[in-house]
Design a binder for this molecule. Structure first.
Ligand code: GDP
Ligand code: IMO
Ligand code: MG
Length: 423
């Protein structure tokens, strides 16, 4: 068993980028398995902050190969910008970055479709990142999509034009119109396609299978989080891919029997960006404090993230679906200075749903039940050993660990690579 997974257990932005980078030394390959440029994975070291959208978070380690898997959707325009940003760091991208020939491509019109759909929904909009994610996965499952392998075929532009025309018809059918310049967008797109073509495009499931046979260790990097999963998330306020452990099998072509550790990553509280139910959301001063201390603004869109207390009902559900073997707790430092810290242990509702994650997480019906913990004053962001952590922090963490019946193996106390404690 040579593949480990790392995935978010909440509504995304748990800190996956930081931890993948931190763990990369123990692996030979980092492979992204789903999502696209809706993701924003942040890494910090040597005083520099990097945000990656499509490129796996192992890219800064010289001996590691990074694969964009078949389950990922790639926007060539955003990909080109990411490459240009990385160029100044003198990374040998052309040998270290590989792309699956089965990954689907986001067309400029997918982005317009996303925006048109969102505007037409009015108040009930998903709050998508407007990166064209939903429409691209729809074309994938509708069997109309264009894959990276296609761009090396003769006359693939004919297929592109056909799909584009189809999109324009749909866009025109929306009452609310969005202005766009297709010629300009196409120019930018085809230029970016040339950049994409310079990379190693591989039959990725064979590449991974051969790597496994030669004893290489692989870390599969998830995007988004379990509660945004297309099947198990808070539908319809979800993304359009399988963000859970099963997504690593379909998004990379690895067999379930080859999966070893499943690292589940969560914040010591909860955040959500975009619309949708959020039972433990704090509307008030504590929420604002959390947002400020945690710098809770989206890495991709810059939108303010909604903040709330830790939700054990949701976490238990996420651990169950993913078969999490080890937990990683992030951003405990953000809670320093809170007089009281709450943890939701069950939901109270008219339907007596107790501690089961419900089918419809409608805000009005569900009342979270909390346990209160005393906070700690001390700034913990410089601490690098568990023994030095305040006793209040330890009891908060021990309670979570016991309730979740899964060990917390890593504690993160700041955005930098160094602010990480192994247990
Ligand atoms: P991802 O999408 O899961 O990779 O997470 P994001 O990068 O979108 O969001 C996590 C944010 O929290 C980033 O700005 C990180 O730099 C930051 N971060 C990660 N871990 C910690 C931590 O332990 N403490 C603090 N204060 N910030 C952290
Ligand atoms: P990372 O990988 C947080 C949210 C959007 C919206 C919903 C659907 O950085 O954790 P989409 O554009 O996917 O159709 O939007 O999902 N969303 C994320 N929220 N982190 C992400 O990625 C997200 N990717 C999508 O805000 O609510
Ligand atoms: Mg993010």
């Amino acid at each position: 068993m040579s593949v480990d997974l790392i995935l978010g257990l909440q509504w995304g932005d748990e800190g996956k980028g930081k931890i993948v980078d931190f763990l990369t030394n123990s692996y030979e390959i980092i492979a992204r398995f789903q999502g696209g440029p809706n993701a924003g994975h942040t890494l910090e070291f040597d005083g520099i902050k990097h945000v990656l959208h499509t490129i796996p978070s192992g890219i800064f380690h010289s001996k590691v190969e990074n694969l964009i898997g078949n389950g990922v959707v790639i926007d060539p325009v955003i990909f080109k910008k990411e490459i240009e940003n990385l160029n100044k760091f003198k990374i040998d991208l052309y040998s270290k970055l590989l792309i699956s020939n089965k990954a689907h491509i986001i067309l400029p019109t997918h982005r317009i479709l996303d925006a048109s759909s969102e505007i037409s929904k009015g108040k009930s909009k998903i709050g998508s990142t407007l990166r064209g994610i939903g429409p691209t996965y729809m074309d994938k499952t509708g069997r109309n999509g264009i894959r990276v392998g296609d761009i090396f075929e003769k006359n693939w532009e004919i297929k592109y034009d056909l799909l584009c025309k189809k999109h324009i018809n749909i866009i025109n059918s929306y009452k609310k119109k969005i202005e766009f310049n297709l010629n300009e967008m196409n120019k930018e797109f085809f230029k970016a396609i040339e950049t994409l073509k310079q990379f190693k495009v591989v039959n990725s499931q064979f590449y991974l299978s051969n790597a496994q046979k030669s004893g290489k260790k692989i870390l599969a990097e998830g995007a988004q989080g379990t509660l945004l999963d297309i099947d198990f998330g808070t539908y319809p306020y979800v993304t359009s891919s399988t963000t859970t452990a099963a997504g690593a099998c379909t998004g990379l072509g690895i067999a379930p029997k080859d999966i070893n550790e499943v690292y589940g990553i969560f914040k010591a509280y909860t955040t959500r960006v975009g619309s949708g139910p959020f039972p433990t959301e704090i509307n008030g001063e504590d929420g604002e404090l959390m947002a400020k201390a945690g710098n809770e603004f989206g890495s991709t869109t810059g939108r303010a993230r909604r903040c709330g207390w830790l939700d054990l009902v949701a976490l238990k559900y996420a651990i169950q679906i993913n078969g999490v073997t080890q937990l990683i707790m992030m951003k405990g430092d953000v809670l320093s200075g809170f007089k009281k810290i709450k943890i939701c242990t069950s939901y109270d509702s008219e339907k007596k749903l107790a501690d089961e994650f419900p089918f419809n997480l409608s805000e009005n019906e569900i009342k979270p039940k909390y346990i209160e913990f005393p906070g700690w004053e001390k700034d913990i962001s410089d601490i690098n050993s568990e023994n030095e952590l305040p006793k209040e922090f330890i009891s908060y963490m021990n309670f979570i660990e016991e309730e979740l019946e899964t060990p917390i193996k890593i504690i993160s106390v700041g955005p930098d690579r160094k602010q990480t404690i192994f247990r």
